[in-house]
Design a protein around this ligand. Sequence first.
Ligand SMILES: [Zn+2]
Length: 329
Amino acid sequence: MNTLIALVVLGVLALVSYKVRIVTKSGVVTAYMLGICIWLLASWTWFLLMLLFFFVTAQFTHYKYKIKRRHGAAQEKGGARDWSHVLANGGLPLVFVIISFLLTALSSPTIGYGASELGAVPLPLPISSNFFAAFLGALATVIAELPIMSIFFAAFLGALATATADTLATEIGLLNPSPPRLITKPWKVVPPGTSGGVSLAGELATILGTLLIGGFAALLAAPFWISLIGVNLMPKLIQFAPVTMILVTAVGGITGCTVDSLFGATIQGMWQCNVCQKQTEKRKHCGEPAKYLRGTRFFDNHMVNVISCLIGAVMAGALYFFLLTLGIA
Ligand SMILES: [Zn+2]
């Protein structure tokens, strides 16, 4: 039943977002599969957070699109995201969902993931009397002691907050009245849209982005849903105080975004458009391959995004675990 609802809801969402050109054809197919996995392996509440991210960032990309196009810094294809955008932002959260699913199932094979949405799903582990089984058994004993799903949910929020805040900072930062300054050399003014450039509007947007994700997660985790509609919206295995959720998400997201700017100002690869001559952090601009300028070729825009999100996620997960050991999570 849950699977059927997931397929239908996602189908409708996919159709709408394709029609209003938030995503390209490759983007919508990738997003659909990503959404199904997150919904079924984690829960629909995790999926809802992912959805919030996609819609918020799409909204801001369209916002004042024409002004930004004059700067040459707007997203190509009218702002529609293709598969690489979807994976660069949603791939890491998906990895956390999969690891969390496997570890939770491993640590409680009798109830499996039953504490969440899928009902009792014992993981089909190849248990036999060999070393592998002994290893899995030992691992299961260790992780059974840990709040695995809460830790990975914190990491999931950290990654999502970094991606959201980074997009908002880029989009809103472009509208700052004065040009940005380089994060590594604050005395140096750089043209709007330069990687590693920071501005007051951009920094405020970063904080807003993290609070948006953290606040929504806290709302979904709020205890009043039980008295209000009789159900807990979060999977039972996720037990953090809503305030902790906001704090962990904000710290993770702000850390991730700062790292993103630092990479942008230092080792990120830069290209120059052969059509409009603008400098860009993308390999392609104006629909044409751009000319390599400086930085590390391997560290293109997407790679920097993925690593920044990973750092934001680790920060959020670690902070949650730290607060938990202090007994204040
Ligand atoms: Zn161009």
